[in-house]
Design a binder for this molecule. Sequence first.
Ligand SMILES: C[S@@+](CC[C@H](N)C(=O)[O-])C[C@H]1O[C@@H](n2cnc3c(N)ncnc32)[C@H](O)[C@@H]1O
Length: 265
Amino acid sequence: MTKNKNIRKYWDSRSLEAGASPSATTQDVFLRELEILTLRKTLADLDLPPQSNVVDIGCGDGYSTLCIAESLETLSFKALDFSSNMIDVARGRLKNKSELKERLSFEVGDVCNLRASLEQESVDIAMTDRCLINLTSSEQQYSAFSEIHRALKPDGHYIGIENFKEGNDELNLIRKSMGLQEIPVRWHNLFLKQEEFVLKIKSLFRNVEIIDFSSSYYFATRVVYSKYCQMQGAEPDYHHEIHQLAVDLPPFGSVSPVKLIIMKK
Ligand SMILES: C[S@@+](CC[C@H](N)C(=O)[O-])C[C@H]1O[C@@H](n2cnc3c(N)ncnc32)[C@H](O)[C@@H]1O
């Protein structure tokens, strides 16, 4: 539990450092744009009836939730995060958005104890974006999937963007072959293992899809651009145009840790 507390402290301090800038939950702001586009399209494609409700768990500073909610006007959103500082920033973002206030709220809540925040079978869609990788063991991660399952209505969907070890290993193999350093997994992250995930999740969910939506983005930014920076003796810059243009690349390959999961209760 101490590690969970340290992770919460980390996110509390990230939100203070970043304030209202959109970099509190990742320095890679264009990757975040790609995540927003992907989640928004996935939700729109489900063609949900009006008034369907979405819960965004681990919403951070609310930047992504707000962008998604703004463009999907018939849905209502509740967004949770265990960092009260992040929730304060998110509520600040909502302050001047009178239309959204009626169908979006931000609350402190823990994915490991969703019953404190959500009634059983009360949610049409549960979403996470790089939240479950903050849990400290695979037991905790699968117990969080059970909590999510419990909160979903029958036939409800889980839509998640989470990191997988295999995509990261593939990326690092390519980087190594190009003379680039491996990218380590950060201390507060635990990536899912794809085979274990597929095996374990099928007791809870059906129609499980794992989609490589960010592989071309990673290839452009973490292989091509990284090599270019190495050749120039320059530090990579997350705001470089190559990050911006990589958002629009058509998806190909499987060299990214960050994948989209779609599944049904
Ligand atoms: C990488 S950030 C992503 C935030 C947001 N989803 C986004 O895409 O910008 C991870 C967020 O998950 C939150 N988080 C981590 N563990 C959590 C838990 N057990 N319950 C709820 N939120 C959690 C953190 O506080 C942090 O805001």
